[in-house]
Design a binder for this molecule. Structure first.
Ligand code: SF4
Ligand code: SF4
Length: 146
């Protein structure tokens, strides 16, 4: 016959956990915070960080490669009546930032470096509109903020 022994829980002293918690808080009082007071203070941005897509309509030849390579269908071409001898079809990319995952495929495939990403990341909106027309893509973020 198997003898079943009762396992006794070790006696806990509640005050020890509380003291250790207070000690942890006290220790962090004298350490430099790892957070910053954004947006007043902007943290360090890594050199290779990129977010916002920009476009130079003067350089875009309307080849549609960026549209084809975008994995999220975030780019669609639209007509823009602009004098540009290099873009006979007068079509330019629009970008939906609501679905863009910043993969940079568009930048890499563009034969004329017309589309590129920069480190600008403050693209918050008060309205649910993340579509950037070709002319929006040429402007700075302050000019297109909605
Ligand atoms: S960065 Fe990537 S996801 Fe964003 S528009 Fe370009 S190809 Fe599309
Ligand atoms: S931005 Fe570049 S890849 Fe896209 S249509 Fe214009 S030239 Fe072609």
């Amino acid at each position: 016959m198997i003898e079943i022994k009762e396992v006794k829980e070790p006696k806990r002293i509640p005050i020890i956990g509380s003291v250790m918690g207070m000690f942890t808080v006290f220790k962090h009082l004298f350490q430099k915070p790892v957070t910053v007071q954004y947006p007043e203070v902007k943290g360090d941005i890594p050199d290779r960080f990129r977010f916002r897509v920009y476009l130079s309509t003067d350089d875009c030849v309307g080849c549609t490669l960026c549209e084809q390579v975008c994995p999220n269908l975030s780019i669609t071409m639209m007509n823009l009546d602009k004098e540009n001898q290099r873009n006979k079809r007068k079509i330019y990319p629009t970008v939906n930032f609501g679905t863009c995952t910043v993969c940079r495929n568009c930048e890499e495939i563009c034969p004329t470096d017309a589309i590129y990403l920069k480190e600008v990341f403050e693209t918050a909106r008060t309205k649910n509109n993340f579509m950037y027309s070709p002319t929006d893509l040429e402007k700075g973020e302050d000019e297109v903020r909605r």
